[in-house]
Write a protein that binds this ligand. Structure first.
Ligand code: SF4
Ligand code: SF4
Length: 1010
């Protein structure tokens, strides 16, 4: 037996080791096909700590506690197995062999046996979990849908046998030592294996036991070698390879501080260097094709390592809002598809074309993005279904960076191939020409403040710079133009004013942060907007910024450092929470409005506030201190929150596939029994309001239910008639506030402290501040002798200082009432006020508006899409309904089919996926009627100074001619293959230099190649 065991074991080893070494070299060759990955080796100590924590402590796996724990047992057993296999080689020659020094040390023995047992239990549990969640019963709802089962079964069987083998071989060792009368042959040294030995080997004599040990050692070694050879033959077998590659994938993750690849998006890198406008102008001809990822080898080597490491666990898929609403996108299947293609294509890149088979040639020429007819690797519907919600990245136990990869592919489609959903064309135009995705006239940016009873300071008008105030209130495009978001803006301004916070706004000096452009792949428009904003922020000496929009918040906080501006950015819920803690705002009012006693509130986490920036507690704390309200959590909350469907520029795209994400989320909110659905982002508000309206229309939601921003609810609770602030109510509120302060959350995440709390870049949430002045600067801004007022005092003070009749102030009531009413509005009513500017000169601006930001408004409104967001349900701007005079050139030059030919509007699902929902989403409602031109005329008559006219301005203050420009409409791959549509990249730099909204002589909808 011994001879056989030795021959078999050594023969397999001699074959397996070189074979595996060859496979590893092949794998490295594939990974090296990728481009450079920048910034992946800084902070080596921190990276090593993160890697050890995530692997040995399974911190990210334990986001799913039970499964994570079972996998942890299996993982530890696998580590022990390595030493057991090593010991097996020696046992082939000496059945009594034990590891030197520790071999009979009781703790080592106990741990080995314990882990062998737990590993066996763990793998059995995981086998059961896989079978219970098998797609045979659950279909698409299974997270294993699309995973390769034979590979999973193979790995499970191996782990089961090897884990059990530890106990078997030790059981035989125990019996042998017992027979030999060794001091170690007892249950103290074999606490578990002793029972196995008695059960299996009690009848064997010494020779029999030795043969059993030889046999088991042979089985251990042989199984390990066979396992290695099989995975070496399958380099795309991530379920096995991740046991080796995960260490590296985690070590080289994007963020050296251990956080996930969320928050800001990585810039485009050309040859490892971040792209900026200067670099874009100097781009070499051959580098134009590197604007984004157009071929699998355009991914960085880390990207290909990501694909290699995917375990096919499907956690990402289970959380993906697109997948959960029957769209073809699954982050898991996307990663698997890229992996298969990378490993199929990479070896062919250096091959002699003459030697390639037809199939290999086809693989080599396969488009990365393309539908079934084009044999594309990723279907366009898959690519454009992503909301950038980050759930996949948050969930992935091996730190795969899905969002970066998806947006890199979008960039190439937009910048190089001009191939993107038709609807995006309008927002690109609006962003380029008006600085906001709706294409609204910037001079209306201060309209929201008109109804307030106090003056909102505007930089360049009321204050010279932000040095004179504490906070810049970043209003955002939605906050300035979208009717319901304006209520949030008003509520926040009123609360800040009530609390005595000194703040100012930029007015029409503000433009879109560029989030929709960047997330849609239009990096050039994003860079242009970001540069423009960064310049303004520098000039105005901005340092501390508060934003009501989760997207603005994320972009300003995480992406503007690239443009040379470092800001302390907080979300309005963070700042308001701080003010409540400091008792500068005291919610006390029961009764009318959002804070009405007995109301149940639920909270929807905006993805770009929660998952992307880990702000979970501040809004919840605010809601929990509203007197009389009951807070009800949705099942999917915090880091497992479900997207509203608006991120990743999906707000402006039609949702034709599957069911609606916003309706799915609204149903969950309604199911909590909530009377009010609280949000912290204007995009979420639009989406959930739309979902609620749909459910109310169908009678599935109560008419009283409404969607409101947290700030509106707080305002309603803070602001009331002082006479109503009876002493007992004050006491109640103070007690509620005190309890909230007592329960001041630590920085830890609610669900998974390990995965989040160690993240340094969690921003300065109000709940984690230890020094109030760090956030509010209250030591300077608020006199020390202004004690935290009681609620009544606060009201009286506010009323006296700001002349605000609190009891019947319109803003608070309107904020609440308006919000409630708005939830009844149809989608088109949610869109910002339409602006018909065709053929009309820009309206005159008020003196206030014109002083500092004239150049911002110096654009030709004739050229813009006039309708605001369509009623399509996504807030998408309505494409120009009819060719207009000013669009003649555009329509003539467009080689682009109508929207239904666009990639985003097609019905083709990923052929490998389950088909999308059979019933498409409802057709878009008609667009809102545009605002009559007369408004312009009225304003003109008012004698206000124009900010721009059709007269050109050259240079400072001079009006520049703005002409319509041909617009590169999105094209389908059929109509505009790269080689035909974009034969040269020479015009990219021209586009780059002409994108400024002050010089719109050659704008093109955002494509670098027009
Ligand atoms: S970011 Fe969200 S929508 Fe996009 S793939 Fe990941 S989970 Fe799906
Ligand atoms: S990408 Fe990550 S979460 Fe998704 S299946 Fe692969 S390993 Fe699992």
């Amino acid at each position: 037996m011994q001879t056989v065991a030795i021959v078999v074991s050594l023969t397999l080893t001699v074959i397996a080791i070189p074979y595996v070494a060859y496979a590893v070299s092949k794998m490295l060759k594939v990974i090296r096909v990728g481009g450079p990955a920048t910034g992946r080796t800084d902070q080596p100590v921190a990276r090593t700590v993160t890697m050890l924590k995530e692997t040995f402590l399974h911190t990210r796996m334990l986001q799913w506690t039970y499964v994570g724990l079972m996998h942890w047992f299996v993982y530890l057993a696998f580590v022990i197995l390595a030493s057991a296999v090593l010991a097996g080689y020696f046992q082939l020659f000496d059945p009594s062999f034990v590891l030197p020094i520790i071999g009979h040390f009781f703790l080592f023995e106990w741990v080995s046996e314990g882990i062998g047992l737990l590993g066996t239990i763990g793998i059995i549990a995981l086998i059961i979990v896989r079978q219970k969640n098998h797609p045979r019963g659950l279909g698409r709802r299974s997270r294993f849908f699309g995973s390769r089962f034979w590979q999973a079964y193979f790995v499970e069987a191996f782990v089961l046998l090897e884990s059990a083998a530890i106990l078997f071989i030790r059981g035989a060792e125990y019996r042998l030592l017992l027979l030999e009368g060794s001091e170690y042959g007892n249950r103290f040294h074999f606490p578990i294996a002793g029972y196995v030995g008695d059960l299996l080997f009690s009848g064997l004599g010494e020779q029999g036991l030795e043969n059993a040990i030889f046999a088991i050692a042979m089985i251990k070694v042989s199984l390990a070698m066979i396992w290695l050879m099989i995975i070496a033959s399958n380099l795309t077998m991530g379920i096995a390879w991740h046991r080796f590659t995960a260490f590296f994938n985690i070590w080289f993750k994007r963020e050296s501080d251990g956080s996930t690849a969320l928050g800001g998006l990585e810039p485009i890198r050309i040859n490892g260097k971040a792209l900026d406008m200067e670099a874009l102008e100097d781009l070499e001809e051959e580098d134009f094709e590197k604007l984004g990822v157009g071929k699998v080898e355009d991914f960085s080597w880390k990207g290909i390592l990501d694909f290699t490491t995917c375990t096919e666990c499907g956690r990402c898929q289970s959380q993906c809002p697109a997948w959960n609403t029957e769209k073809p996108l699954s982050p898991k299947l996307l990663v698997m598809g890229l992996r298969e293609h990378a490993y199929a294509k990479a070896p062919l890149l250096d091959a002699d074309p003459e030697t390639l088979t037809d199939e290999q040639k086809r693989e080599l020429e396969r488009p990365l993005i393309g539908d079934e007819d084009l044999f594309g690797v990723i279907d366009p519907d898959v690519l454009w279904s992503c909301t950038n919600c980050g759930a996949c990245v948050q969930q992935c136990p091996v730190d795969i960076e899905h969002v970066d990869h998806i947006d890199d592919m979008r960039r190439f489609q937009v910048l190089v191939e001009s191939n993107f959903p038709t609807e995006l064309n309008n927002i690109f135009k609006g962003l380029e020409r008006k600085g906001n995705p709706w294409g609204m006239n910037p001079k209306h940016r201060m309209d929201w403040a008109k109804d307030l009873d106090f003056e909102v300071k505007q930089v360049g008008v009321d204050v010279e710079s932000l040095d004179e105030v504490e906070w810049l209130f970043w209003v955002g495009c939605a906050g300035a133009f979208e009717d319901r978001a304006k209520k949030t803006t008003q509520a926040v301004a009123e609360l800040l004013n009530t609390a005595g916070v000194d703040f100012a706004v930029l007015g029409d000096g503000e433009t879109c942060t560029g989030d929709p452009a960047r997330r849609a792949g239009n990096e050039i428009v994003f860079m242009q907007l970001a540069m423009e904003n960064a310049e303004v922020l520098k000039e105005t000496k901005a340092k501390k910024v508060v934003s009501t929009c989760a997207h603005c918040f994320n972009t300003l906080k995480n992406e503007y450092a690239e443009f040379g501006i470092e800001l302390e950015v907080v979300h309005h819920t963070q700042l308001l929470n701080r003010l409540v803690r400091e008792k500068k705002l005291t919610p006390v009012a029961p009764g009318a409005g959002a804070a009405e006693t007995g109301k149940t509130i639920t909270y929807h986490d905006p993805c770009f506030l929660g998952r992307h920036n880990k702000v979970y507690e501040a809004p919840r704390e605010l809601l929990e201190v509203i007197p009389g309200a009951t807070f009800a959590e949705m099942p999917r909350n915090s880091e497992k929150s479900f997207c509203c469907g608006a991120g990743g520029a999906r707000m402006w795209m039609e949702e034709n596939l599957g069911s609606r994400i916003n309706v799915n989320r609204t149903e969950e909110a309604i199911a909590t029994g909530a009377d009010q659905i609280a949000v912290g982002c204007p995009f979420c508000r639009v989406m959930l309001s739309d979902g609620l309206t749909a459910k109310q229309d169908s009678g599935e939601a109560r008419e009283e239910v409404e969607v409101l921003d947290v700030a509106q609810m707080l305002l309603a609770a803070v602001k009331r008639d002082p006479s109503e602030a009876a002493a007992d109510v004050v006491k109640e509120a103070e007690a509620a506030t005190a309890s909230a302060v007592e329960a001041e959350p630590n920085a830890a995440d609610r669900a998974n402290p390990d995965s989040i709390s160690d993240t340094a870049d969690a921003g300065p949430p109000a709940d984690t501040h230890t020094k109030p002045e760090e956030v509010t600067g209250t030591s300077e801004e608020v006199p020390k002798d202004d004690p935290a007022p009681t609620s009544q005092e606060a009201d009286e003070k506010a009323a006296a200082e700001h002349d605000v009749p609190l009891a019947d102030s319109g803003a608070a009531k309107e904020a609440v009432d308006g919000g409630g009413a708005s939830t009844q509005a149809s989608r088109e009513e949610l869109a910002p006020e339409a602006e018909t500017t065709d053929a009309a000169p820009d309206e005159p601006a008020s003196e206030k508006e014109s002083s500092a930001w004239d150049n911002v408004g110096a654009v030709n409104t004739d050229l813009l899409p006039d309708s605001p967001a369509s009623s399509a349900g996504d807030g998408a701007p309505t494409p120009d309904p009819e060719p207009e005079e000013g669009d003649v050139t555009e329509s003539e030059t467009e080689a682009v089919p109508a929207s239904d030919d666009g990639p985003g509007s097609g019905d083709d699902a990923d052929p490998q996926e389950a088909s999308p929902a059979e019933e498409p989403a409802p057709a878009p409602a008609p667009a809102p009627e545009t605002e009559p031109v007369e408004e312009d005329a009225r304003e003109e008559e008012s004698g206000e100074q124009p900010t721009a006219s059709a007269t050109p301005v050259a240079g400072d203050g001079e009006i520049v001619a703005v002409e319509d420009a041909p617009t590169t409409e999105p094209t389908s791959p059929d109509s505009a293959p790269l080689s035909e549509a974009n034969p040269s990249g020479a015009d990219v730099s021209e586009a780059a230099t002409s994108l400024g909204r002050d010089d719109e002589t050659d704008t093109d909808g955002g494509s670098a190649r027009s």
